[in-house]
Design a protein around this ligand. Structure first.
Ligand SMILES: Nc1ncnc2c1ncn2[C@@H]1O[C@H](COP(=O)(O)OP(=O)(O)OP(=O)(O)O)[C@@H](O)[C@H]1O
Length: 212
């Protein structure tokens, strides 16, 4: 379980600090919605370690994550339009999720398995810049698979997709979350995404997360 407890933070000139508390379970999508400027990105930045809290806890299965720098935190971040290296192949982008010392044969096998799992069989050699928006999100999810980190942070991950692709990628996120027991935190303005995916929901209002 991911437990955020009274995590406090204030931006410069912010008079009343945020105080975030949240529970997210393995194998479930936990949604956070809220008005523009309510602090959703601030929450994700705190979880990812890009911002340092004043006080409070972030615990994953009782391990305190607050002292860990971003690269050592057991989480992956997936954004609206994924930052792939466009000149590299899909497979090379996915390989970035593997530890550096991984042997070539093992790399090939793991990349092929990840490509198959996200429905991109046979597209490993295609240059990332030539993939569709949905295919790019699949590549990003495949990279996340290989990173094998138990927390997935999603920041409006479906916003750049057309309606049909959105439904398919949403289902893929759900399937992978359940299969790999990820603690998936979805930040979204879209009621439909929240309705269809989330087991737990919070709304960010007046600097706090309210369970709804
Ligand atoms: N570096 C900063 N310095 C000062 N204030 C900041 C900084 N970053 C964000 N803020 C302010 O903190 C508040 C929350 O911003 P944040 O980006 O977390 O909101 P959000 O809910 O993600 O908004 P949106 O949905 O529009 O992306 C806003 O009022 C914003 O102006």
């Amino acid at each position: 379980m991911l437990r955020v407890e009274k995590l406090a933070f204030a931006h410069p000139r912010q008079t009343v600090p945020y105080e975030f508390s949240l529970l997210a379970h393995a194998g479930e999508v936990t949604a956070v919605s809220g008005a523009s400027g309510s602090g959703k990105s601030t929450l994700l930045d705190l979880l990812a370690g890009f911002l340092v809290p004043i006080s409070g806890q972030i615990e994953l299965d009782h391990e305190n994550l607050v002292p860990l720098p971003p690269e050592q935190r057991p989480l992956s971040l997936l954004l609206q339009s994924e930052s792939l290296f466009e000149h590299l192949s899909a497979a090379s982008n996915i390989a970035l999720g593997l530890p550096r010392h991984t042997l070539k044969a093992e790399q090939r096998q793991k990349i092929a398995a990840a490509l198959a799992e996200v429905g991109l069989d046979g597209l490993g050699n295609q240059q990332a810049g030539t993939l569709s928006g949905g295919q790019k999100q699949r590549v990003a999810l495949a990279r996340t698979l290989l990173r094998a980190r138990p927390v997935l942070l999603l920041d409006e991950p479906f916003s750049a997709l057309d309606d049909e692709t959105r439904v398919v990628i949403r289902e893929l996120v759900r399937t992978l979350t359940v299969r790999h027991r990820w603690h998936t935190i979805l930040v979204s303005h879209h009621a439909n995404d929240v309705e269809t995916l989330a087991s737990r929901r919070y709304v960010l209002r007046d600097g706090q997360l309210l369970a709804i």
